[in-house]
Write a protein of this length. Structure first.
Length: 162
């Protein structure tokens, strides 16, 4: 299916069961209002919390732009999931505004809450990666779950108005 305008495709799903733990790449997963992406340490909404970082998403183009700024000899084996984002989106520029919504498949709706700013761990992966991910929200977006359901690789992602 061609991707145009305000639609893209879910190209990757990743989770880590504990902070700083290993990243697991998967083909499908359930997303819920209370726990975010099933099996991911960030998704659980803490008592009194707002769930602003339940699910993170990054555009493939942003990742590619960041890598293009670094020495290719240092990045040839660097995989998108090492950014530790939950979702990789292809064919779509993610909105750079809080309140914008992403619909994945028929049921799941995520609300962008803020930029997912790269941390010092990125430079531990490759020198300069943090800086390269900083412009134009290349590091991705943080979202809260508004409607849960099951997502899978290849699902269509649509930008919706708040």
């Amino acid at each position: 299916m061609p991707v145009t305008g305000l639609t893209g495709v879910l190209a990757g799903i990743a989770r880590h069961a504990r902070p700083k733990g290993p990243v697991e790449v998967i083909d499908a997963v359930d997303i819920s209002l209370d726990a975010g992406l099933a099996g991911d340490s960030r998704g659980l909404v803490k008592p009194g919390g707002r769930g602003r970082r339940q699910v993170t998403a990054m555009a493939r183009t942003g990742w590619g732009q960041a890598l293009a700024e670094l020495d290719p000899a240092l990045t040839h084996d660097l995989l998108w999931q090492e950014r530790r984002a939950n979702l990789l989106v292809d064919g779509l520029v993610l909105p750079q505004v809080a309140g914008a919504r992403l619909r994945i498949g028929a049921a799941v709706v995520l609300e962008i809450t803020m930029e997912c700013e790269p941390c010092q761990r990125m430079d531990a992966l490759r020198p300069g990666l943090r800086r390269a991910l900083t412009p134009d929200w290349r590091g991705g977006v943080c979202t809260r779950v508004l409607a849960g359901g099951r997502i899978a690789l290849g699902d269509i992602i649509r930008i919706e108005e708040a």
